[in-house]
Write a protein that binds this ligand. Structure first.
Ligand code: GLU
Length: 427
C-alpha cells in the first residue's frame, strides 16, 4: 500500500480532470474542489479506568447547494482530516448522482471501537454531538452511520442533540434503529444497492448473473448484504476477506463451492471478523488478506476502505475479471483506475455503486417527516428504482460519449452541483 496516499488529493485529482472536460469556469472549480466548512475539535472522555482521554473529531461540510449536507460518521484509528475531506466530497457527488435533494458531508473520530467499552463509545458520541450541535440539524447537516458506527451510536447522538435543543428532532440523524425513527431496509440498503447496480451492469453486458463468481473485500455491513443479495440472484461468491483485529492483519476465506452467507454470519463478530477456526471446520480455506484480489472470478467487490487497488497490486487482478463494483468509498487509486480502464474492465464507481445507503437515509427522512413508515418491500422497491435509474443514466452517458463509467458519473454529478451553486447565485 502507498503510505503517501492522500484520499483528498485523489478526490481533487478526479474532480480537476472532469472540471477540465466540462470546461468549468475558474470560480466554479475553486468553489467545488474544497469543502465549504470544516470543524476540527477535541472530545475529552472520562475512561472506565478513571483516566481522561482526548479524542480528535472532525465534521466536514463539502457542499450544500442541492440541500442539507449529508453523510456518515466514521470511527477509525487511522482517521485523518484529509480522509474525511475526501469522503465529504464524494458524498456531494453521491447524492447528486442519485438525484436526491441533499449535499455532502462527513464526520470522523480517531478512535478504535474494538478497544472501547459501550460507555466510552457513548461518551464519544455525546461529546461529538455537543461540539457540532449548532452546526448540524434536520435542515442543515444530517449525519449517519459509516465504518464502525451503527444505529446505537446514532441514537446517542440524536439524544444529545435533543437535550441541547429541547424537543424531539428525529430528522437530525439517519440510520436510526427501526422503531426509533429508522427505516426498514436501511441496514441492507448499501449492500443491496450495490448489487442492484451489478445486476443492471451484467444485464447491459449480456452476462447471466447465475453464471458468475465474485470475490469480496471486507465483511462489514456493505459486503454482508451484497453477498446476501448476490447469492439470492444466483451468483456464486467464492471469496471474502476480513480484518482480524487480534492478529492486526486481514485474511481471505475461500470456498470454491460458494460461500454460505448464513453460516459465515453465524461465526462473525460485530466488527465483521470471521472466526478462523470455525471457518476451517466449515470447509473454508484461509489465505492471505490480499488473496481476495487475485481470485479467478468475474466480479470483484472492494467493500472495505479506500486505497485498496493501487499501482502495485492492480496487475495481480485475474484476466477473468469483467466487472468491479466499488462498495467502499475510494478503493481504487487514479493510477490503478487507468490500468482497469485500459484493460476494459467494467467499472461501477464508488459514489454510484454504494449510493444505496444514503438513498435509504433520504427515504428515512421522508418517512420521518410524514411520521408514516413504509413496509420493507416498499422501501426496497423504491431503492431498486432509484439505483437502477441512476445506473442507467450513467451507463447511457458512458455509452453515448464512449467514456469510462467513472467519468460519466462524475460528469452528471458535478454538472448538477455546479448548476445548483450557480442558480443560487453563489458562484
Ligand atoms: N455512510 C454512508 C455513505 O458513505 C451513508 C451516508 C448517509 O446515509 O448519510 O454513503
Amino acid at each position: 500500500m502507498d503510505s503517501k496516499f492522500n484520499p483528498f488529493k485523489m478526490a481533487q485529482q478526479q474532480f480537476d480532470e472532469i472540471a477540465e472536460k466540462l470546461n468549468l469556469d475558474e470560480a466554479t472549480r475553486s468553489f467545488l474542489r474544497v469543502p465549504m466548512k470544516e470543524m476540527h475539535f477535541t472530545i475529552p472522555v472520562k475512561m472506565d479506568d478513571g483516566t481522561t482521554k482526548v479524542f480528535q473529531g472532525f465534521r466536514i461540510q463539502h457542499n450544500s447547494a442541492r440541500g442539507p449536507n449529508k453523510g456518515g460518521i466514521r470511527f477509525h484509528p487511522q482517521e485523518t482530516v484529509d480522509t474525511v475531506r475526501a469522503l465529504a466530497t464524494w458524498m456531494t457527488w453521491k447524492c447528486a448522482v442519485v438525484d436526491i435533494p441533499l449535499g455532502g458531508g462527513k464526520g470522523g473520530v480517531i478512535c478504535d471501537p474494538h478497544n472501547l467499552s459501550m460507555r466510552e463509545q457513548e461518551a464519544i458520541c455525546r461529546g461529538f454531538m455537543r461540539v457540532i450541535a449548532r452546526d448540524v440539524g434536520p435542515l442543515v447537516d444530517v449525519p449517519a452511520p459509516d465504518v464502525m458506527t451503527n444505529g446505537q451510536h446514532m441514537v446517542w447522538m440524536m439524544d444529545e442533540y435533543e437535550k441541547i435543543m429541547g424537543g424531539k428532532f428525529p430528522g437530525v440523524i439517519t440510520g436510526k434503529p427501526v422503531g426509533m425513527g429508522g427505516s426498514l431496509g436501511r441496514t441492507e440498503a448499501t449492500g443491496y444497492g450495490a448489487m442492484y447496480t451489478v445486476r443492471e451492469a451484467l444485464n447491459n453486458l449480456g452476462i447471466d448473473i447465475k453464471n458468475t463468481t465474485a470475490s469480496f473485500q471486507g465483511f462489514g455491513n456493505v459486503s454482508q448484504y451484497a453477498i446476501d443479495l448476490y447469492t439470492q440472484y444466483g451468483g456464486k461468491p467464492v471469496c471474502v476477506s476480513c480484518w482480524d483485529d487480534k492478529d492486526k492483519k486481514s485474511y481471505s476465506f475461500i470456498k470454491e463451492s460458494g460461500l454460505v452467507f448464513k453460516e459465515l454470519m453465524a461465526i462473525t463478530d460485530k466488527f465483521g471478523t470471521i472466526d478462523k477456526a470455525k471457518a476451517v471446520e466449515l470447509g473454508y480455506k484461509i489465505e492471505d488478506g490480499n488473496a481476495w484480489l487475485t481470485q479467478d472470478v468475474d466480479i470483484l467487490v472492494p467493500a472495505a476502505l479506500e486505497n485498496q487497488i493501487h499501482a502495485e497490486n492492480v496487475n495481480t487482478i485475474s484476466p477473468k475479471v469483467k466487472l468491479i463494483a466499488e462498495g467502499a468509498n475510494g478503493p481504487t487509486t487514479p493510477e490503478a483506475d487507468k490500468v482497469l480502464h485500459e484493460r476494459n474492465i467494467f467499472m461501477i464507481p464508488d459514489f454510484l455503486c454504494n449510493a444505496g445507503g444514503v438513498t435509504c437515509s433520504y427515504f428515512e427522512q421522508v418517512q420521518g417527516n410524514m411520521n408514516y413508515f413504509w413496509p420493507k418491500e416498499e422501501v426496497l422497491e423504491k431503492l431498486d428504482n432509484a439505483m437502477t435509474s441512476a445506473f442507467q443514466a450513467v451507463y447511457d452517458l458512458a455509452k453515448r460519449k464512449n467514456i469510462y463509467m467513472r467519468d460519466a458519473a462524475y460528469m452528471i454529478s458535478i454538472s448538477r452541483v455546479a448548476e445548483a451553486s450557480k442558480v443560487r447565485g453563489w458562484i
